[in-house]
Write a protein of this length. Structure first.
Length: 137
């Protein structure tokens, strides 16, 4: 096999790859052309679903884990402003349920009652949704 034959084969293989890529792009363009246009209400519904999903992830995974994420810090600050006090969110190692604690002036912590916990969780959800919605593009 000569060098010219090798280069000719390489050139033909490259052209073959380019043809396959061109066919694939043409097929994608056809699919995109047939796809219906996205309306603004569909786009806003998708955005709202994405905001809710991210807010749920922040609440379930970051707030109770003690993360130093800037979004988590902002959510905690806004919640503290709404409630007028800072709260501590914790998953105790032995328990299955999370705890929301209020710091005492003496330096200790007291757990919130179930009714207080429900109110705080509702406000936390609203604050998290609002914060995520503001920060998303």
């Amino acid at each position: 096999m000569t060098t010219d034959t090798f280069y000719t084969r390489q050139m033909l293989m490259q052209y073959g790859r380019q043809l396959i890529a061109a066919r694939r792009l043409a097929r994608y363009n056809q699919i995109i052309g047939r796809a219906p246009a996205v309306t603004s209400s569909e786009a806003s519904a998708r955005r709202h679903a994405m905001v809710e999903r991210i807010a749920r992830e922040i609440m379930e995974n970051l707030i109770f884990s003690g993360s130093d994420n800037p979004i988590v810090q902002e959510v905690k600050q806004r919640l503290a402003q709404e409630l007028g006090e800072e709260l501590i969110f914790r998953y105790p190692p032995a328990d299955q349920d999370f705890m929301i604690l209020r710091p005492n002036p003496e330096g200790g912590e007291t757990a919130l009652s179930d009714s207080e916990k429900q109110v705080v969780m509702g406000r936390l959800w609203n604050v998290t949704l609002h914060t995520v919605n503001e920060t998303m593009l």
